[in-house]
Design a binder for this molecule. Structure first.
Ligand code: ACO
Length: 430
């Protein structure tokens, strides 16, 4: 059996044989299919990239029908159970789990880069008191580009490594400062004696007047949530990262763009939207009425935290998160909205509308409940998603830069506008 595809162009009667590799044909191989010499050649039309592979990647594997997610071959469930975020970050970035000394060195490098330049702090102080922290986060990450002009050397592996360390180290500090800004409390400097998530909790919730001890259970829960969110192959924000990076922009500018893509309610803003939805529903007895509204498509309402472009079965991350929720609630007390969420899930999983469309809870359905129980305002939820995803964005960016197949991203279009027409002077316009 030949690994080829035979195409007959019924416009010309010509026959073409295209190679098939890894279950794909090269879109550029279609260009030879022409009706005349001056014909541009055949293209594919694929809005939203529903069926287009944009790259070869060895980082993350997803089987959406079976509900499988693996980083570098390791199942997400095992990493969530046994790893920690920085170890997983090393794995995602370097392809292998670190030895003890590699992990110690990596952790030390991250720990030594958590501080922000004092001017960055001043920059952040300029935001309004009610600025959305995700807006603060993405603008500040973008502003870092001006502090590290060496980041422009994107083809220098040492410079890339330096920016990767800086970004992973500084993301929690920026996020914590954004939070402190909106709640009107002084910014807390990083504490090198604490773990990645312990330090983050300290920068968020400590006050200068009172010693704060990060709760081990909550620090671990956050660490697991970070592992679950670290990468998810070619999603909207990661594609944005690769697209921007393909123009050879520095990684701070590219991450600002990726974070902007993550901000939207159909992507990283979904967990924030889930909580608003649960608030809108109000109580368990109102759930059937809400489901009815979603099914009727009233005002474009959707069941937020449900459905996924890739997963057509239970999101494996949602399963881990449900377990983490139980753990967190033993410390914080149960989030009263949990009952509404459980009832929504119970009804939706039996309902013909959701079953037929293969709509299951995604990672965001329960994460917001955990974040809220831990004391985060809803506006912080997308920021909590962005911190760990910085790892995935950077790994994908680096992979793109060293891939000889890649060039500046530049899709084609089908032009649907006017053919040529003459300029009309103002007096003659209707
Ligand atoms: N509630 C109700 N109906 C839904 C939902 C939902 N959450 N999601 C999809 N559908 C329906 C659509 O209306 C459509 O129905 P139709 O065939 O009758 O027109 C069908 O299911 C297919 O939906 P699409 O929009 O084509 O699916 P797509 O793959 O483009 O969208 C998405 C995926 C954006 C995640 C969608 O499921 C959604 O909007 N979910 C809610 C937002 C959300 O939770 N986003 C987080 C995603 S995970 C993440 O980013 C980390």
């Amino acid at each position: 059996m030949a690994d080829t595809l035979t195409i007959v162009d019924n416009r010309t009667g010509k026959k073409y044989e295209l190679p098939i590799q890894d279950g794909t044909i090269k879109a550029m191989d279609l260009r030879q299919i022409k009706t005349a010499d001056d014909d541009f050649g055949l293209m594919t039309y694929d809005p939203a990239f529903m069926n287009t592979a944009n790259c070869r990647s060895s980082i993350t594997f997803i089987d959406g029908d079976k509900g499988i997610l693996r980083y570098r071959g390791y199942p997400i469930e095992q990493l969530a159970e046994d790893s920690d975020h920085l170890e997983t970050a090393y794995l995602i970035l370097n392809g292998e789990l670190p030895t003890a000394s590699q992990q110690a060195a990596f952790t030390q490098q991250i720990t030594m880069h958590t501080m922000l330049h004092e001017n960055v702090k001043k920059f952040m102080e300029g935001f309004r008191y009610d600025a959305h922290p995700m807006g603060i986060f993405l603008s500040t990450v973008g502003a870092l580009s001006t502090f590290y002009p060496d980041a422009k050397r994107i083809n220098d592996p040492e410079s890339r490594h330096q920016q990767i360390i800086r970004l992973i180290a500084k993301a929690p500090t920026i996020a914590a400062y954004a939070y402190r800004h909106i709640v009107g409390r002084p910014y807390i400097y990083p504490d090198n004696d604490l773990s990645y998530t312990g330090n983050f909790l300290n920068m968020l919730f400590s006050t200068p007047a009172d010693k704060y001890h990060p709760n081990d259970v909550l620090a671990r829960a956050l660490d697991v949530l970070f592992i679950l969110h670290a990468d998810h192959e070619q999603n909207c924000s990661t594609s944005a990262m690769r697209n921007i990076g393909s123009s050879q922009a520095d990684p701070y500018a590219a991450i600002a763009g990726a974070a902007a893509a993550l901000y939207g309610p159909l992507h990283g803003g979904a967990n924030e939207a889930v909580l608003r939805m649960l608030d809108e529903i109000g109580s368990v007895d109102k759930v059937p009425e809400f489901i009815k509204k979603v099914k009727s498509g009233e005002a474009g309402s959707r069941l937020m935290g449900f459905g996924h472009r890739v997963y057509k079965s239970y999101d494996p991350r949602a399963k881990v998160i449900k377990k983490i929720a139980d753990l967190v609630f033993t410390v914080t007390g149960k989030n009263p909205k949990l009952e509404i969420a459980l009832e929504l899930e119970r009804i939706a999983l039996q309902d013909e509308y959701f079953v037929k469309r293969k709509l299951y809870p995604n990672v965001d359905f329960y994460s917001g409940l955990i974040y809220q129980a831990m004391g985060f305002p809803t506006e912080m939820f997308p920021v909590l998603f962005a911190i760990p995803r910085v790892v995935g964005w950077l790994a994908q960016w680096q992979e793109m830069l060293v891939d000889p197949d890649q060039k500046i991203a530049r899709p084609r279009q089908i032009y649907t506008g006017y053919d040529i027409r003459d300029y009309v002077s103002k007096e003659k316009r209707q």
